[in-house]
Design a protein around this ligand. Sequence first.
Ligand SMILES: [Zn+2]
Length: 109
Amino acid sequence: MGQGQRKHIPQRTCVACRQVKPKRELIRLVHTFDGKVEVDLTGKQAGRGAYLCPLWDCWQKGLHKGGLERALRAKLSPENRTVLLQVGKGLLLDEEDGSQKSGEDATEE
Ligand SMILES: [Zn+2]
């Protein structure tokens, strides 16, 4: 294995915030053949795919503002959207969760 060979990292764009990130830092959603949109944790499910950051902000934006539907050429039914939001909630980085509100580094001017 040559050291100079840099491994190619696949990059994808979040359909909500439009940031380009390494594929494995994003969550894939797939428009399946039966017309539903599902979260694809394997990244290999057949169908048209789109990516979102694992952030609640992006998740909501993508689902509510149509970015995801546009990217997937899908029409989300209300219940499909609800399911995705629920699945998303379990997956996303919850920034409120690790509340470390110590004032230790607060004295810097
Ligand atoms: Zn994003």
